[in-house]
Design a binder for this molecule. Sequence first.
Ligand code: MGD
Ligand code: MGD
Ligand code: SF4
Ligand code: MO
Length: 690
Amino acid sequence: MTLGVAPATRVATHCPYCALQCGQWVDGRGDVDGRQFPTNRGGLCQKGWTSGSLLAHPERLTTPLMRAARSEPLQPVGWDGALGHVARRLRELQAEHGPDAVAVFGAGGLTNEKAYLLGKFARVALGTSQIDYNGRFCMSSAAAAGNRAFGVDRGLPFPVTDLDEAEVVLLAGANVAETMPPLMGHLTNARLVVVDPRRTPTAERALASGGLHLQPVPGTDLVLALGMLHAAVVDGHVDGDYLAGRTTGFDDVWRIAQQWWPERAERVCGVPAADMRTVVGWLAGASRRYVLTARGAEQHAHGVDTVTSWINLALALGLPGRPGSGFGTVTGQGNGQGGREHGQKSDQLPGYRSISDPAARAHVAGVWGVDPDSLPGPGRSATELLAGLGRRDGPKALLVFGSNVLVSAPHTNAVAERLAALDLLVVADVLPGETAMAADVVLPVAQWAEEEGTMTNLEGRVLRRRRALRPPDGVRTDLEVIAGLADRLGVAGFPADPRAVFDELRAASAGGIADYSGITYDRLDAGEALHWPCPAPDHPGTPRLFTDRFAHPDGRARMVPVDHTPSAELPDAEHPLRATTGRVLVHYQSGAQTRRVAELAGIVPEAFVEVHPDTAARAGLADGDWARVVSRRGTAQARVRCVPSLRPDTVFLPFHFGAEQAANRVTNPALDPVSRMPEFKVCAVRLEPA
Ligand SMILES: Nc1nc2c(c(=O)[nH]1)N[C@H]1C(S)=C(S)[C@@H](COP(=O)(O)OP(=O)(O)OC[C@H]3O[C@@H](n4cnc5c(=O)[nH]c(N)nc54)[C@H](O)[C@@H]3O)O[C@H]1N2
Ligand SMILES: Nc1nc2c(c(=O)[nH]1)N[C@H]1C(S)=C(S)[C@@H](COP(=O)(O)OP(=O)(O)OC[C@H]3O[C@@H](n4cnc5c(=O)[nH]c(N)nc54)[C@H](O)[C@@H]3O)O[C@H]1N2
Ligand code: SF4
Ligand SMILES: [Mo]
């Protein structure tokens, strides 16, 4: 189906999936090979190796689809008909209900150019405040905690290769052996400590490295980190010079940590006090050491405070900004970092600027050639945006680019109701995922190897995505779709050429926190390694942040006092277990892509629930049985996997499956008060035989 630009020529690009953005070769036939790049050193995981099979996949969307009514099937239509219909309906709904009648939902998998143009499209072409994206589900708690502590949010403020020399690395809620396998190649010299309720492959590696696996009750990392901070103080491991020279706020933090001696913390989190002391001793005794968090620590109704608690421990030990040591967050989606910098977040404008800041509005409005007062204010966060759809004061139309919310958003039964209540659902996708198939209009778009653009990886390094082959006939790029809609809405200033969009993004980001103004396609194509901020064409970029100062006006990191708060939903007699959710190696996110790759689907074909054998037996279940996992919101079907190393009070579900196997039928949409991230990692459930 796909036609090579030049079939024999291979093009240097990056994997379509996660934030490690492993280097790939892709040729004009769509064949994929590993490519030497610092993050992956030539290796790819199974998802990366098999990504090429989606290019000419038989289920590939290759023509726009539309339905006359919700009860009618989707039918092929031409692009003019589809875009014309969408533009007309958007204007009608806005004329009747106001500009916020149209909502936009973006994604951290979109290129920088797409994220930027989508944000501009919402604010300028639609004039709506209702735009947010799936990064709310992903990174927002770590981002908010990083901003609060360090004054800037860049997941890893140092290159991945710095980890090669690490002696001790603590991974809190990060199963990188499955979620970013090549990253493990940077941790081979380190003693690893893995904090995870489950004995994951990463936890196994920790034990093999002479380290430890700490197995907290889901949702109690904050207390664990407080107990460790207490131990650090009492055992004399705190770096007093660093605290005095580079931080503020220790006394307030200590007032709380003082009350969480390790034995008391153990009673809440279940991690032995002796292990807390041992790990703190390791971190303090090494000269090159890191604390890294990922979604296990973050996807909680108190995720910002939980990450803050890990940051406080790292600061007390003097890690952030010290050469060879540090604190970081392992960003998830391919462009998870760039996706949160260019204005598809409800409260932001390009350059990581606040949409509520008059100076930021004036700058960006200047680049866009509009009156600053015409720009809408902040909108609703992803979960709240979805919850408002089709309501009297909520959006009547939704445009989705790059997210499969019917599988990946919390409490999907409610999301399905809200989508059904819309007057118009438009989804741009490459494959017929669950959300696309529920739409009124489906727009088929190009895949990674068929387009040009940039991505920003987990280190804040900007990378070039390059085109190896032409998209199938009938398929357009996301940029062409956005530009085509703007054109039909009668609004000028929406280029579809990626380089032109990037140059505009550079200008819009200039002077902002995430300043890309010095980064150009030419510099990237010449092989330069550019990490933002990069404020001038002759600026070398910033691989390491915080070496001299943190980004607050006083140059100091802020220690913020945080205390234990229980998860939003706790087990009770009816729902006696804590369910947590996450990922497996062979599937990506909502599974819209990887469930369609035969090699991957063959390995994990269906949803499963990890259960301690005693817990399974109590529920009348045995290994291999189908179970119903029941919460207050819904039920997910999953096959029982008995796992003796799991906590008996906890079960685990991957969220990669749809319909009745969707883990998000049970999850709790409770939100963190600061980041508005939902509590994907804890809810109360019971198990029943199916
Ligand atoms: N194979 C694969 N790789 C991926 C992805 C994918 O879908 N599949 N997605 C990418 C994306 S977008 C992301 S965000 C990253 C996510 O990467 P990770 O954060 O590594 O992945 P998760 O499986 O969501 O969560 C990690 C671990 O947190 C644990 N956990 C659950 N509750 C708690 C808790 O309260 N405390 C602690 N300490 N741990 C807890 C879970 O048991 C799980 O093993 O992966 C990226 N890479
Ligand atoms: N229970 C539970 N739920 C979770 C999580 C969890 O740990 N537990 N994790 C959350 C996290 S961290 C994340 S990041 C989200 C991710 O979940 P989603 O936001 O659903 O992400 P994907 O499954 O990657 O969806 C991407 C969709 O976009 C399509 N697509 C791929 N590339 C492009 C493109 O270039 N353009 C367009 N228009 N479409 C494209 C794909 O085919 C797919 O349908 O899930 C969240 N949901
Ligand atoms: S680790 Fe991530 S970027 Fe690398 S091949 Fe796997 S999915 Fe792709
Ligand atoms: Mo994510």
